[in-house]
Structures are given as C-alpha cells and as structure tokens.
Write a protein that binds this ligand. Sequence first.
Ligand SMILES: Nc1ncnc2c1ncn2[C@@H]1O[C@H](COP(=O)(O)OP(=O)(O)O)[C@@H](O)[C@H]1O
Ligand SMILES: [Mg+2]
Length: 377
Amino acid sequence: MRVEEILSGPSIFRDRNVLSPHFIPDTLLHRDREIESIVRILAPSSKRMKPKSIFIYGKTGTGKTSTVKHIMKFSDQLCAIFAYVNCRIYNSKYKVLQKVGKTFIGELDKTGFGLSHIYERLVAFAAGKQIIIILDEIDMVKDVDDLLYMLGRSNDEIIDGGITIIGISNSLSFKERLDARSKSSLYEDEMVFAPYSASQIHDILKERSKIGFEPDVVQESALNLIAAISAQTSGDARYALRLLIRAGEVADSKRLKTVTDREVETARMNVEDDVIIEAVSTLPEHQQILLLGLATLTTGGSSYAKLGGGGEGAGAANVDGIEPFFMSGELYEQYAKTCNALGRQKRSARWYREYLTDLEMLGLISMVETSTGIRGR
Ligand SMILES: Nc1ncnc2c1ncn2[C@@H]1O[C@H](COP(=O)(O)OP(=O)(O)O)[C@@H](O)[C@H]1O
Ligand SMILES: [Mg+2]
C-alpha cells in the first residue's frame, strides 16, 4: 500500500486522540463514590482549613490519575490551588520541589535555583492559601522520606495557609518502605481504587467509542469481548482502551467498516506483545541480560535434568505443551556466560536472586520455589 493511499484512505476512527490512554474524559464513569470521598476529605480547604493528606492506592488503569485530574477542576469551589506532579518524570525531592515551584511562581521556571531558595519562595507563596500537591506515582521518588518530611515541616512555617499532599501509587508495598514519620504524615486518610468489573469497562469503552469512532462501527459483541478479557486479566481500563484502539487499527488496515470479535482477537495478540516489549525495554541492563540468558536456554535446551525426577517436562523438555523450566544454578551460569559475551561484569548471586524476584513481579517469568526451577514466559 502506498503512503498516499494510507493517509487518504477512509477510516473508521472519528478522533483517535480520545482513545489514547493520556486522554482525560469529561465524564468519569463508576468513580462517583471515589470522587465524593476525596472531595469530602478536601472540603475543609473551602473554610480555609488544611485538609488531611490522602494516600490513594490501586492497580494500574483503575482511574486514579483521571480521578484526581477531574477533582482539580473544582479548585475554585474548594478554594484551593493544585500542583500536579508526575513522579515518574520528577523523581527526586529536588525535581518535585522545582516542578511545584514553577507551577506557582513563573520565575522559578529557570533552572539553577537551589533547593532552599525554592522552598522559601514556596513557603512565602503559600501564606494565606491552601495548596494541594498531587504526587502521582509517588513510589518513583528516590528520596521520598526527605520530600515528605520537608513538605510536612513547611506547614509549621506557612502563615495562615497549608500544604496538603495527595499521594498516588500502584504499589501496595510502598507503605512499608516509608519511615514511620513520613507514613503518618502521608497516610492521614487512605483510599483504594478497585479494579473495574467487565460491565464497568464495557460502559467506559462504550462512552469512549461514541467520540472516538464513527457511528455504529464498534460492534456490541466486540466491546463485550474486550471488557471480558480486560476484567479477567486486570480490570485495567488503560489496557481495555489500548485493545480497542488496536482493534480499530486492525479493521482499518483491512479496510473493514466495523470492528468485530475477530479484530479484537487479532489486536489482543499485538497488545500482549506491546506490553511485554514495553516491560522488557525499560528494564535495567542486568535484568535484560538475565532474560536474554533465559531465552537462550529456552530455545537452546537445558543441559541439566530435573533433580528428583517426578513431573513431566523435566529439564528443558517441552513435553505435551508444558513450558520448559530450568534450575536456578543453570540459569545463573547462562547469565554469567551472556554477561561475558556482552563484555559486562556479572553481578553476584545475591543480586541475581533479586533480579529474579523483580522479573517475576513483572510477570515475565514464573518461579517454582520447591524445585527452584524457573520458567520463562
Ligand atoms: N472511570 C473512567 N471513566 C472513563 N475513562 C476512564 C475511567 N477510568 C480510567 N479511564 C481511562 O483509562 C485510562 C487509564 O486511567 P488512569 O486514570 O490513567 O488510571 P491509573 O492512574 O489508575 O493507572 C485513561 O485513558 C482514562 O481515560
Ligand atoms: Mg496513573
């Protein structure tokens, strides 16, 4: 197909942007209860009193970011001013403070100001105001205890005003990593965002399809299928939207007028590849090397036999569709070899264990503790 043809060809999309995971819809479905709770917690600011801090936890794609961005629209009614910080990008105390500083004080946009200068300007600016700082993906901040301590302490210095934190994280274990003091200052109130059910995802997709696609393009059964797949795997609206947009692309590339179950099935495979590619490409180098080692074993076969006999699929045998698995020591040897071949210094066995745990948490491998066999996906 020629470029001109692709560009000028008919499309079933009306507006692709609204299907992107970065798009914040005007109406948030099925989050009324959460919105109400958060507004209630923040309500004291409308009476010039400092609200309690809130920690929001929930798996990815449960609408945490969309919900707080929605709440930012009520800043007038709340008599509060908001600063939104994506801690994936601003991942240190200094970067967060700089981002907050320049949100309110234009002059701080220039780089080179010291931490204490920014802090003092912020404290002065906050006088007589209720400021709400949203720290999205707060677990990404390296020196998060210092940051929370500093922001907490600022409240003793601000005259007739205050700084309130809303922390958001996908990680439940984040809490355990905090100092007792930061914990008590961040967790004055807590909220959990539950994964969406299939019918909730269906409604979200339906709303979005109306503005993202031409009328009657996406078949009801296709929506139901995406909703069922997404609810079953994660309850993640972002994944569901990604699947929808990919299904639309599949239909477009085949010049179809509708999106049916078949396009969803095709898209599902693409999306799974996307998710894995994204996960692997952002891993630290040694975890990538470890995965490469595991892939080499998986394609090349194991030289070990499974100890103790028993189960089918022992060693690297891929019997009857059972995935191969490998002994931990064998994989470490392969990892060391791969490091060598790439001219990298191998890390110790202790690190290796940590990498395995991280990879398992990301769903890239699974480990069978009893036999210390490791299975690649
Ligand atoms: N309740 C909802 N109604 C409409 N769209 C939603 C809803 N929840 C999530 N989304 C959409 O799903 C995607 C991911 O949501 P997001 O708020 O970023 O989740 P999280 O921050 O919990 O990972 C976004 O595109 C958002 O527009
Ligand atoms: Mg988010």
